[in-house]
Design a protein around this ligand. Structure first.
Ligand SMILES: [Zn+2]
Length: 320
């Protein structure tokens, strides 16, 4: 069942350019199609470190990396106990990665479309032609339908379910290890996970091309935001400032405000717990745009509260 969500998810895909697009028409003129990601849907580009991490996880688990060089990947953070992200390639969620804090390791959760990008050499099962249709519909892999099971499969592993012709027809979690499965006459081998997915159309692209695909949409959004800033500043004759955290959202806000009404001071709330890179970013950005920084805190209240109530269980914000 699709979860209800009041906000709008902007992620679309252009199959001509192989780029994410934040609207229904790409810069190339082609119509885009929506990518169905999990709300709230604040997707972001996968950086090289993300791609290296994902490729290492897939190489460890399935014997091959997932994301080829020259292809764009987008990550969508989804609610979980710790970090969990959907991996979007070719205009479809092709997998998720989830961090398991109690085991201090990552887990990969593939979807059927991963096989548009990667052929597994480990942790797969092969099923009989007669079982393909029902497994595609979400039925579990039962012992009579099993043709082969890779030696590496352990109970609890995420596995890919392949047809005899090498097509991935499903994904799921193994209920038993390979040796036990081979000796079984009946019973469940793999609990199949239902996953209806968007079409997946792999193709090489660059982030420069993605910028071209989105230029008109972003220019329009920037003009609207600048008009709002000018109107708000005119209606409220108080000294304007920008709250600046050193993250992407406040940088974008700063650039819009700067473009709309000129230089304004930055307010930087220093919790005393910031990363060194955050302080560097505040210094670099304020210097580049010649802006004053109004620094607030730290006043020690964080540690007083920490002593009284302990640490926060989970950050309330997804933004850096
Ligand atoms: Zn396009």
């Amino acid at each position: 069942m699709r979860r209800s969500y009041l906000g709008k998810i902007l992620l679309n895909w252009c199959d001509a350019c192989h780029t994410p697009v934040l609207g229904s028409v790409c810069g190339c003129g082609a119509n885009t199609r929506p990518v169905h990601i999990t709300p709230p849907g604040d997707a972001r580009p996968a950086f090289q470190a993300d791609i290296d991490c994902i490729n290492e996880l897939f190489s460890d688990h399935f014997g091959n990396p997932l994301i080829p060089e020259g292809h764009l990947a987008v990550l969508n953070k989804i609610p979980d106990r710790d970090r969990m992200e959907e991996v979007i390639c070719g205009g479809a969620v092709i997998a998720a990665i989830r961090y398991l804090p109690e085991m201090q390791r990552w887990e990969v959760l593939p979807r059927t479309a991963v096989c548009r990008y990667m052929t597994p050499v480990r942790r797969f099962v092969v099923i009989d032609d007669g079982a393909v249709a029902s497994v595609r519909d979400g039925a579990s892999v039962l012992a009579p339908g099993l043709v082969a099971i890779d030696d590496s499969v352990e109970a609890g592993d995420e596995v890919l379910i392949m047809s005899r012709t090498g097509e991935c027809v499903g994904v799921g979690r193994a209920k038993t290890d390979a040796e036990t499965a081979r000796g079984m006459a009946r019973g469940t081998i793999v609990r199949t996970r239902k996953n209806k997915s968007d079409p997946c159309v792999p193709g090489a692209a660059t982030w420069d091309a993605a910028c071209r695909s989105n230029r008109d949409i972003l220019d329009r959004a920037e003009r609207e935001a600048a008009a709002f800033v000018r109107k708000t500043a005119a209606e409220h004759p108080v000294p304007p400032t920008v709250s600046y955290s050193g993250g992407k959202d406040s940088l974008a806000t700063l650039l819009v405000v700067h473009g709309a009404i000129g230089p304004v001071p930055l307010i930087f709330a220093d919790t005393g717990l910031e990363f060194e890179e955050t302080y560097d970013n505040v210094a670099t950005v304020s210097e580049r745009y010649g802006l004053d920084v109004i620094r607030i805190g730290p006043d020690g209240s964080f540690w007083e509260m920490f002593a009284m109530r302990g640490g926060a269980a989970k950050s309330a914000s997804s933004s850096p």
